[in-house]
Design a protein around this ligand. Structure first.
Ligand code: AGP
Length: 610
C-alpha cells in the first residue's frame, strides 16, 4: 500500500522517479508526488490522480539529482493535492514520503499546534516532517532517529533535507524498504519493481533500521545510530517480468502465465518413488510432522479463500482437522495457540499487515508457523519458522491469479507430505502426483476457452447483482469467484453454499439475478443439480461450471443456462481447475464495463495497514 522510490546520483532524478512511480502504481493510485533537491533548494510537485497526471503537470524546470517520490493509497484524509506526499515542514527544509500509519499522530499534531506549528494537511506524515525539521541533532541521520523515537506506528520513510543535499535517509518499521546499488548512483524503493530497470543489487532493511544513502554507497544503523553490517546481494529476477508485454493488462498476462508458474512451484518437489512431496524449506522432520494434530491456515482475501481450499486438501489427504480463518480477525479474539497445531500463513506479497501480525501473535505464544509466500525475503517469509516459496514470479495486478493458483498447489504439496507420513497410501500419493503433473496443461486448456468465457462474461456484466454457489470443495471456489468478480467489475457478487440457498437467499433469485454454480463431477453432483432446478424454476439465469459428462437433465436445453466445462483431474485437485474460468469471467466482465483491470477503485495490491 503506497509506493516509495528515491534516487541519488549523476542523472536528473525526476524522470527516474516518474518511471519508478509508474511501476509502483498498483500499490496505491489516488495521488502521487515528487521532491527533488538542487543548489536552489527543494522543489515539490504533487497532486491527486494518477502518476501520468503528475508527469504531465511537472514544471519544465524541475532539476535535481537527488529526489524522492510517492504514490498514495489514502489512509489519513481524502485523496487531494494537499494530502498527497511528499510532505514538508512549511519552510522548505525537509521533504518526507511515508508508507504506513503513525498511531500517535493525533497527539503529536496537538503538541505541534500548541507550539504554533501550522499543519496544512490531514495526514499523519506531515507531523514527521515537522519533527525532523525541529530536531536539534547535527546530522540528518540523527534528526530522523530523534523524530522516529517520538512516533508509534508503522513506517517506511524516505527523507530529504536542504542542509544535507548529498543524501536520502530512509527508515523501516513494518513497511518494506530496499536500497538499490548502481554505478555511482543509488536507489531506494518500497518494492523492487520500482528500480528493477536500473539495478537488481539490493539490500533489504530490517524493521528498526535506518539507512543513509549517497551516490557512492550506503550505511545502515539501528534506530540508536549504532551501525549494522548490511551488504547488498543480487536478486535473481528477469526485469521483463515487470512488463505487461503483448497483453492489455497485467491481470491477463498473469492469468496466462499460470501454466508456467504452476510448473515452477512443482519443479523438484514431487517424489514419484515414494508418492510424496519434498519440502525442505518447511524445516519439519518426519517425527515433528507426525506430531501435528491440527492445521490452522491464516490469510486475507483471496489468500484466505485459497486457504479454505487448502484446509480441505489437508483434511482429505492427511485426515488432520484443518481450517482457515481470516488473519485480520484471528489476532483480535485472543486465539488459543496449541503446541501440536501447525499454523500456515499464506500471502502473495508477504507483507499483508494482518497476516504478519497474526504470525507474530502465534510466535509470541510459542506456536510453530510456516509460510506459503510468493515474495522471497518478504516480512512474512522472514518471520515464519519455515515455508514453501510459491515461485509464481512478480504479480502486479491487484486481482491475484497466478499466485493464488500456486498457493493451491503449495497446499496440495503440503497435504501430500502430511498425508504420506500418515495413512495416505503410496498408490494414492502417486495418483495425486500424476494429477499435479497434468495440471499445468489442463490450466492451459481452460485458458484456451477464453472466447467462450468472454461471451458468458458479457451477459453477467449486465447484472447488478449475482450469486456464486458451490458445496464443500466447490464453496471456496465460489467465494474466490465472487471475490474476483466484485473486485474488478464492481458488481455485487455474493458467494453461498449451494445447500444454504433455500435457507434465505433463494428469495432473491429472479430473471435479473444470475447464479454461477460450481458443479464438479463428484459425490455431490446430484444434489447440486437439484439446486440448479430450484434456481431455474424461479427463472434465475445459470452459468454452470462443471465437468464433461455431468448430466444437467432438462436444464441442458433451457435458454438462460450456460455451461462451462473444465478438464477432470483427481477430485481433490478439482478446485483450482474450477477457479481458473472464474478469473476469465471477472476479467471479461470488467473489460466490457470499461474498468481499469489492474487498478480497481479503492484497492491496492498490498494491504500494509490494519
Ligand atoms: C486478491 O485478488 C485480492 N486483491 C486480495 O484479496 C489479496 O488476496 C489479499 O489482500 C491478500 O494479499 P496477500 O496474498 O499479498 O497477503
Amino acid at each position: 500500500m503506497c509506493g516509495i522510490v528515491g534516487y541519488v546520483g549523476a542523472q536528473q532524478a525526476a524522470p527516474i522517479l516518474v518511471e519508478g512511480l509508474t511501476r509502483l502504481e498498483h500499490r496505491g493510485y489516488d495521488s502521487a508526488g515528487l521532491a527533488v533537491l538542487a543548489g536552489t533548494g527543494l522543489k515539490v510537485a504533487k497532486r491527486a490522480g494518477r502518476v501520468r497526471d503528475l508527469a504531465d503537470s511537472l514544471p519544465k524546470r524541475f532539476a535535481g539529482k537527488v529526489g524522492i517520490g510517492h504514490t498514495r493509497w489514502a489512509t489519513h484524509g481524502p485523496a487531494n493535492d494537499v494530502n498527497a506526499h511528499p510532505h514538508g515542514d512549511g519552510k522548505g527544509l525537509v521533504s518526507v514520503v511515508h508508507n504506513g500509519i503513525i498511531d500517535n499522530a493525533a497527539a503529536l499534531r496537538h503538541r505541534l499546534a500548541d507550539d504554533g506549528v501550522d499543519l496544512v494537511s490531514d495526514t499523519d506524515t506531515e507531523v514527521l516532517a515537522h519533527l525532523i525539521a525541529r530536531s536539534g541533532a547535527d546530522t540528518l541521520e540523527g534528526k530522523v532517529s530523534e523524530a522516529l523515537a517520538a512516533i508509534e506506528g508503522t513506517y517506511g520513510i524516505a527523507v530529504l533535507h536542504v542542509d544535507f543535499p548529498d543524501r536520502i535517509v530512509v527508515a523501516r518499521n513494518g513497511s518494506p524498504l530496499i536500497v538499490g546499488v548502481g554505478e555511482r548512483e543509488m536507489f531506494v524503493a518500497s518494492d523492487l519493481a520500482a528500480i528493477v530497470r536500473h539495478t537488481t543489487t539490493v539490500a533489504h532493511l530490517d524493521d528498526g533500521e535506518i539507512a543513509s544513502v549517497t551516490a557512492t554507497g550506503f550505511t545502515t544503523y539501528r534506530q540508536d545510530l549504532t551501525a549494522t553490517a548490511k551488504s547488498a546481494t543480487v536478486v535473481d529476477v528477469d526485469p521483463s517480468s515487470y512488463d505487461a508485454g503483448e497483453h492489455d493488462s497485467f491481470m491477463r498476462k498473469e492469468m496466462f502465465e499460470q501454466p508456467a508458474a504452476a510448473e515452477r512451484v512443482l519443479r523438484g518437489r514431487l517424489d514419484e518413488r515414494f508418492g510424496t512431496a519434498h519440502l525442505g524449506g518447511l524445516n519439519l522432520d518426519p517425527r515433528e510432522n507426525r506430531a501435528i494434530r491440527r492445521v490452522k491456515i491464516l490469510g486475507c482475501g483471496s489468500a484466505y479463500y485459497v486457504g479454505q481450499m487448502g484446509a480441505g486438501l489437508v483434511e482429505e489427504l492427511a485426515r488432520i482437522p484443518a481450517d482457515a480463518e481470516a488473519a485480520s480477525e484471528f489476532r483480535y479474539r485472543n486465539p488459543i495457540i496449541e503446541p501440536d497445531t501447525l499454523y500456515v500463513a499464506v500471502s502473495q506479497s508477504g507483507e499483508t499487515i494482518d497476516t504478519l501480525l497474526a504470525v507474530q501473535e502465534i510466535r509470541r505464544k510459542g506456536g510453530r508457523v510456516v509460510g506459503l509466500v510468493n515474495v522471497v525475503g518478504s516480512a512474512i517469509a522472514r518471520e515464519c519458522d519455515g515455508g514453501i516459496y510459491l515461485h509464481a514470479g512478480p504479480e502486479v495486478a491487484v486481482a491475484s491469479t497466478k499466485a493464488l493458483t500456486n498457493m493451491f498447489l503449495g497446499f496440495a504439496l503440503l497435504a501430500l507430505q502430511l498425508g504420506r507420513v500418515r495413512d495416505l497410501s503410496i498408490a494414492d500419493g502417486r495418483r495425486l502426483i500424476a494429477g499435479l503433473s497434468r495440471l499445468p496443461h489442463q490450466i492451459e486448456e481452460v485458458l484456451a476457452q477464453e472466447d467462450a468465457l468472454a461471451e458468458v462474461a458479457g451477459r453477467l456484466a449486465d447484472a447488478e447483482s449475482l450469486f456464486f454457489v458451490g458445496r464443500v470443495r466447490g464453496y471456496p471456489v465460489a467465494r474466490e469467484g465472487a471475490q474476483k468478480f466484485k473486485e474488478i467489475s464492481y458488481r455485487h457478487a455474493e458467494a453461498y453454499q449451494t445447500s444454504e440457498l433455500k435457507h434465505g437467499p433463494l428469495a432473491l433469485i429472479c430473471e435479473t439475478v444470475p447464479t454461477v454454480a460450481i458443479v464438479p463431477a463428484d459425490e455431490l453432483t446430484d444434489r447440486n443439480v437439484g439446486a440448479l432446478h430450484e434456481i431455474a424454476a424461479r427463472r434465475g439465469p445459470l452459468v454452470v461450471v462443471t465437468h464433461d459428462g455431468v448430466d444437467l437433465g432438462d436444464l441442458e436445453d433451457r435458454s438462460g443456462v450456460q455451461r462451462i466445462v473444465v478438464p477432470r483431474n483427481e477430485r481433490e485437485l478439482d478446485p483450482i481447475l474450477l477457479t481458473v474460468p472464474l478469473q476469465l469471467l471477472a476479467y471479461h466482465a470488467a473489460l466490457r464495463l470499461g474498468h481499469d483491470i489492474d487498478k480497481p477503485r479503492n484497492l491496492a495490491k498490498s494491504v500494509t495497514v490494519e
